[in-house]
Design a protein around this ligand. Structure first.
Ligand SMILES: Nc1ncnc2c1ncn2[C@@H]1O[C@H](COP(=O)(O)OP(=O)(O)OP(=O)(O)O)[C@@H](O)[C@H]1O
Length: 327
């Protein structure tokens, strides 16, 4: 059988569904059967080389989708293809073409030094020696792993372990990388390092990336396209800016003045939403730049310090629903 790969649909989902049968204990010897529609008729296409954010609240169906894309779960309905392959039918063949990183779990061997996990993967995936060497060298350099290779995984910090996991997922040159919360729990510097690496990987190798995250900055800095899923349904598919508009989300400017003052007189739609001593919080539309607001406050008030807080994904999505309910 020849496999055709549609250039526009490297990852293709056509009305994909996943229904779980759940048995719940409702009393002594009594059980109730219930069906959970975790993924409900989802269709989308991701082109080769795209970097797409896949976001939604807890229990929305993100992990279930990723598990179907890797072949761990079989869809209850619909059609799904990754690189022309039906994941649940040819899971092993697909495994050679995809890489998976779960932020909350590691694929590394806990008690072994990092390098030993890589050696095991070298054999497991039957990666040609030269290719393994080249990929390992590149990952060690770009993810700054040189000093960590001989350290047992259990002794690594979360950020170090995450970089180790990303390298592990890339040793066999996957064309697609699924990342599930790759920056969860990382400090600012580690987050920046991971994001920079992913950006370079995508630009240099054309690796297709599907990214699940609760951190809007991951999406802002990495993805030109974002898909929002909730209750198993695709609610939005488009640029992040459009999501901000759809949800009319707001960022917050936190300013520290040198003394307690009445609320800052900010140009609408920006407005003060909270005052605590010399600190004031101003909400302004997420789609607008903070620069004019900052300039005005700096010119007219005794400003000591400031920072900008991004809206979290849950807030953006919640506002998106409110909007829809009204219109
Ligand atoms: N194996 C399973 N058996 C029964 N129900 C399941 C199973 N896996 C997931 N579910 C249910 O399917 C729905 C979607 O879960 P899923 O893990 O895909 O969500 P998610 O978007 O990844 O959430 P989170 O952000 O919390 O990881 C939830 O209601 C969950 O309880």
């Amino acid at each position: 059988m020849t496999v055709t790969e549609d250039a526009d649909g490297f990852i293709e989902l056509d009305r994909v569904e996943k229904v779980f049968d759940v048995r719940k204990k409702t009393g002594f010897l009594k059980r109730e059967r219930r069906q959970v529609r975790a993924v409900d008729s989802i269709s989308f296409r991701v082109a080769r080389g795209e970097m797409v954010g896949y976001i939604g609240p807890n229990g929305a169906g993100k992990s279930t989708t990723i598990k179907m894309l890797t072949g761990i779960l079989t869809p209850s309905g619909g059609r799904l293809r990754v690189a022309g392959i039906d994941p649940s039918r040819e899971r092993t063949r697909l495994a050679h073409r995809i890489g998976v990183v779960f932020g909350q779990r590691t694929t590394l061997w806990w008690d072994l030094p990092l390098i030993d996990s890589y050696r095991l993967m070298h054999r497991m995936y039957r990666i040609p020696d030269a290719r393994y060497r080249a990929n390992l060298d590149r990952c060690v350099e770009l993810l700054q792993l040189a000093d960590l290779l001989d350290v047992p995984v259990r002794q690594l910090s979360l950020g170090q372990r995450m970089r180790g996991d990303i390298a592990a997922a890339l040793l066999h040159d996957p064309e697609v990388l699924y990342l599930d919360e790759p920056t969860i729990g990382l400090d600012v510097i580690s987050k920046a390092r991971v994001r920079e690496f992913l950006r370079d990987l995508n630009a240099e190798r054309g690796t297709t990336v599907l990214l699940t995250t609760h951190d809007l900055q991951d999406i802002e800095q990495l993805c030109s396209r974002v898909m929002v899923i909730d209750h198993g349904r695709l609610m939005y598919d488009g640029p992040l800016a459009g999501l901000h508009e759809a949800g009319e989300s707001e960022r917050t400017l936190v300013v520290d003045l040198d003394r307690e003052l009445p609320p800052i007189d900010a140009p609408a739609p920006a407005r003060v939403v909270r005052v605590e001593g010399p600190r004031q919080w101003l909400a302004f539309p997420a789609a607008q730049s903070a620069a004019p607001l900052v300039a005005r406050i700096a010119a007219e008030y005794p400003l000591v310090d400031l920072s900008v807080r991004e809206p979290d994904i849950e807030a953006v999505i919640a506002r998106m629903y409110e909007e829809r309910a009204i219109t």
